[in-house]
Design a binder for this molecule. Sequence first.
Ligand code: TRP
Length: 468
Amino acid sequence: MAEEQLTAPSSDEASGKRGIHGAWSSRWTFVMAATGSAVGLGNIWKFPYIAGENGGGAFVLVYLICILLVGMPVMVAEVMLGRRGRQSPINAMRYLTQEAGLHGAWNAIGWLGVTAGLMILSYYAVIAGWALYYIGQMASGTFQGASADQAGVVFGQLLSSPKELIFWQSIFMLLTMAVVVGGVTRGLGVAVRILMPLLFVLLVILLGFSIQRGDFARGFSFLFSFNFEALTWAGVLEAMGHAFFTLSLGMGAIMAYGAYMPDHARIGRTVLAVGFLDTLVALLAGLAIFPIVFANPTIEPGAGPGLMFVSLPVAFGNMAGGLLFGSIFFVLVTLAAWSSAISLIEPAVAFLIESKGFNRITANLLLGGLAWSVGLGSVLSFNVWADVTLAGFNFFEFMDFLTSSVMLPLTGLFIALFVGWLMKPEAVRSELMDESSGVFTAWRWILRYISPAAVLVVFVMGVYKTFS
Ligand code: TRP
């Protein structure tokens, strides 16, 4: 197939810089990388607890609908933009904006995305640090026979110690930078090809443990029986916001990864694979966690963010073989967070290399250092700064709200509008040549009408609910 020849708006844009970061060695590596980005704390830590808080089954159904109607169409759009732009999200958007003859303000898509990525990374590393700390705690028997109160004390002690938190946050940041320094092909590509299968194996082992030792029937019916009574409007909004977060949409991670995708890989099928795997992991994580939670009568499924760091260790600590499997569980969480974190920093790294002539090492040190420093604010918000709030949020909550509830949906909305309404349909079609015209038409229609409307509702209602 002949590659479409683009007339680059200024000689060194796009075509001249094609592929300076390298490329995935195959379509499969792209699937692994995008799945690695998507599967993270969102799937294992957040999804089970928000499903728990919203009563289970009905919430899960709404979440699945959101993945299909908003998540997947926007993901196709992001991969498509990245591959056509062939650069970091900022430069890709600069090029595509010019190609479409639009005002430079649309470049904001790239800038918002790259900034949101670093902001998410700043607190993501802190939470991933907790998981690292818990590997050692599980393995050394801290939770052997522990009561919920005792587990709460362990968690509380960790949160109250800035030194401990900073130590684990730093280790996690170093792990992340170590991979990204290696570059696309030999760093990220190799890491995801090892991490993702390993993660899958660990998850299946845990599932086996939970089927054998947990209350599987109750866990299963909790996740899959439709109790619509328990679902509120706020829960619907949460499901939608989470669809963005869990698929890594709205910040250029997937756009940056799309830029490293082989020219002739079929985007539609690839995105379906990523969405399927991400959803599968979220559901399997739920199926591994709830039976273990229900096996211990003192624990509530709606325990909130503490579900993973308080309830689960108690449950593991009171089961035969629980310490080993508990350690495996936190290794799993760490690996999942690791393969997500590399996608949070890569877009900015690629930008500094392209536009400022940095090498990968300097770019990583600078951006990793920046995210680490901002992360100190989140560290302190769990102890020294616990009472310092802005609009009712402490620093960590503010960063989480600003990114997940504001920047991701807004960027997602702009992307849907840009691709659905502003890019020339022929340009869009030429990147999606392999899709049948029926599939293409249906996708474009959803992207033009359904996705923006849904995101707009989420955004307005989300902000309204939060401040009222
Ligand atoms: N999707 C990841 C998770 O579920 C988090 C993540 C990685 C992310 N990259 C992202 C979220 C980009 C939003 C945007 O944990």
